[in-house]
Design a protein around this ligand. Structure first.
Ligand code: HAM
Length: 415
């Protein structure tokens, strides 16, 4: 019986790992420069954490949760995103306080039961940040700038940063009313989900992917046109800060996020080189979530990048971010004595963190040299029985093919 990988998941194979490692290293580097600290939370949480935060009428909660019962019948869920778990962990561990700025970041797998296609998986990875404690538009701008800087550090080009404001609980009733009035006459021609959204959460209609609903959604009222005075000023300030930093950000009235917890600033970065699933990051402000999850009211803002999608762009643009680790020194040994000595020397190099390797299959000298070449070894030490008796080994420089004899007691220091 052969097993195959579950639908919508992917193995990250050694050929791609260096790219992942490099990307993660650059994330840590950039987040570190902005003084964010790493947090790691479990991959599953109580289901209610997500229904409460992401919203009952969102696609994520309605259709995409990996929900299961444990042996005691408790409802748990593989995390579809990391903002709610970070809030939960931040509150539980006293990291989030209303009077202090807390900056956290994470890198890890998320799970959504979506229809798999290019750029859309059921297990995918995000790197993201969350900052708590400040409602200042400066922080919104900082988070967007950091996202842009991260993509620049990775060498990504042809990106578009879209930004919008979804207002706050004060301006939302007016927006909701406008949407209801707008959709009222056509709702019968729209999909079942939209009819349900019309009753329970009309704002969600704007996130519908059905073609037959799109034509109505395209000219629906926009949240940015119904902002209250405070939200309007906040939005203008964020734009001013971004302009001041000469960030190329486009206000996109039609930008809709798939999670309910946002207020005020929302944004997404789109890679023009990708197809349908071209959002490589998304985020925004969520000032009401901390209180919703049991903390004191604490403003917050954050974003997450989709690592698989970013990797896809890097591959498309042939940005050589990282290379496979290459063997520096290879020991080609023949006979038991020589192999024992080779093993000893190899371990010695590795203790000094020099990439060293040898043959483990008892192959001929010719095959061992072939293998050394395949591994990209700079130097090969040939240890034959005859050489060993005479007290020396042969070093072969793989670039020049030059060979020379070296005393056995110097072999530990060739590199
Ligand atoms: P999100 O927009 O749902 O936001 O996800 C962020 C990014 O994750 C997307 O832009 C996309 O690149 C990637 N992504 C999402 N779903 C998939 C999938 N099925 N397959 C591959 N990549 C995917 C959030 O998750 C929020 N928690 C972001 C945030 C942080 N907002 C505030 N703080």
């Amino acid at each position: 019986m052969k097993y195959s990988i579950p639908r919508g998941t992917k193995d990250i194979l050694p050929a791609d790992s260096p790219l992942w490692q490099k990307l993660e290293a650059i994330c840590r580097h950039v987040f570190g420069a902005y003084n964010y600290h790493e947090i790691r939370t479990p991959v599953f949480e109580k289901t209610e954490l997500f229904t409460r935060s992401i919203g009952n009428t969102t696609d994520i909660v309605k259709k995409e949760m990996y929900e299961f019962k444990d042996r005691k019948g408790r409802s748990l869920c593989l995390r579809p995103e990391e903002t709610a778990p970070v809030v939960r962990a931040g509150l539980e561990n006293g990291l989030i306080r209303p009077d202090q700025v807390t900056k956290l970041y994470y890198i890890g797998p998320m799970f959504r039961y979506e229809r798999p296609q290019a750029g859309r998986q059921r297990q995918f990875h995000q790197a993201g940040v969350e900052v708590f404690g400040s409602a200042d538009p400066l922080i919104d701008a900082e988070v967007i700038l950091m996202n842009v800087q991260l993509f620049e550090a990775l060498g990504l080009m042809d990106l578009e940063v879209n930004m919008n404001s979804v207002g706050c609980p004060k301006c939302r009733p007016e927006f909701r009313q406008q949407l209801k009035a707008y959709f009222k006459d056509n709702i019968s021609k729209m999909c079942d989900d939209c009819r349900d959204r019309f009753e329970h959460n009309p704002l969600r209609i704007l996130d519908c992917k059905e073609a037959k609903c799109q034509k109505f959604i395209n000219s629906a009222p926009a949240s940015v046109d119904t902002l209250c005075a405070d939200c309007k000023t906040h939005f203008e300030e964020v734009i001013k800060m971004l302009d001041y930093q000469e960030a190329k950000v486009v206000v996109n009235k039609r930008l809709v996020r798939g999670l309910d917890y946002y207020n005020r600033t929302t944004f997404e970065v789109v890679a023009k080189s990708l197809g349908a699933q071209n959002a490589i990051s998304g985020g925004g402000r969520y000032d009401d979530l901390v209180a919703e999850l049991g903390g004191k009211p604490t403003p917050a803002v954050g974003f997450a990048i989709g690592i698989e999608r970013v990797i896809e762009v890097l591959k498309k643009s042939e940005i050589a971010l990282a290379q496979q680790p290459k063997v520096k020194i290879f020991f080609a040994a023949l006979g038991d004595e020589a192999r024992k000595l080779a093993f000893d020397l190899v371990i010695g190099y590795r203790e000094r963190f020099i990439n060293a390797d040898m043959d483990y299959l008892g192959k001929s000298l010719k095959s061992q040299l072939k293998l050394a070449d395949k591994l990209g070894a700079e130097k090969v030490i040939i240890l034959g029985e005859d050489e060993l008796k005479k007290g020396y080994g042969i070093i072969k420089d793989m670039k020049t093919s030059k060979q020379e004899e070296v005393k056995l007691d110097s072999l530990a220091e060739v590199m």
